[in-house]
Design a binder for this molecule. Structure first.
Ligand code: T5A
Length: 204
């Protein structure tokens, strides 16, 4: 595959969606073909899964939660990610399997080895070339997200859960330092964009 696969990760409200739009504009400005997608979502099936998995009225066990995210992911890999990378696009994906390792692994307590094994099957081993981790205190991120209105099912989890998720992301980044760039998402959106662009430019 000739494209470049970039994922954005981080706790709630870290600014991934904001930065993804800015990155897309910059990359298009350089004349590159860009595919932008997200998890959960990105396909008709993924959008249905998104409604279910974020529904605050539903109760769900950790394994069911992981399998729902994985169902969305398997379809996204097949229908969107692989075709775009085979075309040679730069692919920007708002969350990918690292979110499962952080949320369902570090956050919910599912064994990482199990999640990694199943994820290998789900993705066929498709791994990002670069993962931009927007690191932020979850209390700050949740406050940002709360300004948008009603919290979804994951946002409603307690602060301790979100702190484990943040720590989980940082551990993943430490273990795979070549793939990850850790960015300070507490800075202004412009300052975060500058950090992010420096990390992306080095891969282009
Ligand atoms: N999940 C997902 C799992 O548990 N397992 C998985 O495998 C996967 C894939 C997805 C949820 O599912 C979980 C993680 C999530 O809980 P979502 O709606 O896609 O749900 O949630 P998020 O990805 O967290 O998206 P958010 O929109 O909540 O956060 P973003 O995209 O990080 O933040 P953004 O850009 O929307 O910004 C949030 C607010 O902050 C402001 C923005 O204007 C906006 O109002 N903002 C800033 N404010 C100050 N300074 C900055 N630098 C700012 N940047 C943005």
């Amino acid at each position: 595959m000739t494209g470049l696969f970039i994922t954005l990760e981080g706790p709630e409200g870290a600014g991934k969606t904001t930065q993804l739009a800015r990155l897309e504009a910059r990359l298009r400005g350089t004349g590159r073909c860009v595919t932008v997608t997200r998890e959960p979502g990105g396909t008709p099936l993924g959008m249905r899964v998104r409604e279910v998995v974020l529904d605050p009225t539903l109760e769900m066990g950790p394994l069911s939660e992981f399998l729902l995210y994985s169902a969305s992911r398997a379809q996204l890999v097949q229908d969107v990610l692989r075709p775009a990378l085979e075309r040679g696009d730069v692919v920007l994906c708002d969350r990918y399997f690292d979110s499962s390792l952080a949320y369902q692994g570090a956050g919910r307590g599912l064994p990482l080895a199990l999640l990694r094994d199943l994820t290998r099957e789900v993705t066929g081993g498709l791994t990002p070339d670069l993962t931009l981790l927007l690191d932020l205190d979850p209390a700050v991120g949740l406050a940002r997200a709360a300004q948008r209105g009603q919290a979804d099912r994951l946002e409603q989890a307690d602060l301790a859960f979100h702190q484990r998720v943040r720590a989980g992301f940082l551990e993943l980044a430490q273990a795979e330092a070549q793939r990850f760039a850790v960015l300070d998402a507490a800075q202004s959106a412009d300052a975060v964009e500058a950090q992010l662009w420096a990390a992306v430019e080095s891969k282009l």
